[in-house]
Design a protein around this ligand. Structure first.
Ligand SMILES: Nc1ncnc2c1ncn2[C@@H]1O[C@H](COP(=O)(O)OP(=O)(O)OP(=O)(O)O)[C@@H](O)[C@H]1O
Ligand SMILES: [Mg+2]
Length: 285
């Protein structure tokens, strides 16, 4: 469920306290016992009941009554904590509309110093849940692997943007907290959504950017028409969490796949013929 600005704005400080405590206690418990949470939050039983009820209704946490009464943070609760931190340090003032929803992230427009983009990484809650159901075990990464996986993914993307900007045409990195990356808004559409007037020039521009990124030690790893945006003022390559370095054991295969996806797209849609080998030698050479 996407996060709602309305709900985040209307959170009471006790509710925020409960979310923070739940996050902390998740290190120790799969289901944080009610009495542990009550003690950690310092709330009365009736106050806590009421606040928990609201948080559960909004989908920020869930509760269970077996084998004991306990609570778990949901993705929306983790998103909320990240958003609260970004707001506190002035990166964000208001959350706007959702502008993209993929398998592994939800992307929002927001207001900070101008329009910013917030990418909420959401790796694996579903896949971890089904793995647990099918195989009856939890992956190694603690009680909440999706928290670690999503945070790791956000950090990775932020790191790539910091390395690449401004040498490569990528959104400007602004901030990162938990599973969220804040970056500049780029005024364009993905290549899959638009029709280019000057496809040959754009392809050259993309190849130049892939080459510069490679020189800086970054291979995208998921390059395609869905992760390249174009607008009046140029192109941008987005979506970098899965990047790898040139010394990665699969670097050659992955770089080749990135190039091949791009070459195939420009060939299919615009009839531009160049070979993967030609482009690869431009990138590496
Ligand atoms: N900095 C940005 N400025 C403007 N729009 C953006 C920006 N970053 C992402 N978007 C929009 O959000 C969409 C999804 O972003 P991204 O590709 O980074 O995430 P994703 O998880 O791969 O989602 P998908 O699976 O849909 O590709 C993009 O296709 C684009 O429309
Ligand atoms: Mg993408």
């Amino acid at each position: 469920m996407p996060i709602s600005a309305e709900i985040v704005r209307s959170l009471h400080r006790y509710e925020i306290r409960l979310l923070h405590q739940l996050e902390r206690q998740m290190r120790h418990y799969r289901w944080v016992p009610e009495d542990v949470l009550r003690k950690a939050s310092g709330l009365s039983a009736s106050e806590m009941d009421y606040r928990i009820g609201r948080l559960a209704e909004w989908g920020l946490l869930k509760s269970s009554s077996v084998p004991y009464k306990g609570y778990q943070l949901m993705f929306a609760g983790y998103d909320t904590l990240a958003l609260l931190s970004l707001t506190k340090r002035g990166t964000v003032q208001a959350l706007g509309c959702m502008i993209g929803e993929g398998k592994e992230a939800v992307v929002y427009e927001a207001l900070g110093l101008g329009v910013v983009v917030l990418k909420f990484h959401r790796i694996g809650q579903r896949s971890f849940q089904s793995a647990r159901l099918q195989r009856g075990y939890m992956p190694d990464d603690g009680h909440f692997p999706w928290v670690f996986a999503s945070t790791r993914s956000a950090r990775q993307e932020y790191e790539a943007l910091q390395t690449l900007h401004p040498h490569v045409a990528v959104p400007m990195p602004i901030d990162q907290n938990r599973n969220v990356v804040a970056m500049s808004f780029v005024p364009g559409m993905t290549l899959s959504q638009c029709t280019l007037e000057n496809p040959k020039e754009i392809l050259d521009l993309i190849i130049e950017n892939v080459k510069t990124a490679y020189g800086l030690g970054v291979i995208h790893g998921d390059l395609s028409e869905y992760n390249i945006m174009a607008g009046e003022s140029g192109i941008w390559i987005i979506d970098w969490p899965q990047w790898i370095g040139p010394d990665h054991p699969n670097a050659d295969v992955i770089l080749r796949r990135d190039v091949q996806n791009t070459v195939t797209f420009f060939n299919r849609k615009y009839g531009i013929s160049c070979t993967t080998e030609e482009v690869l030698s431009r990138v590496i050479g």
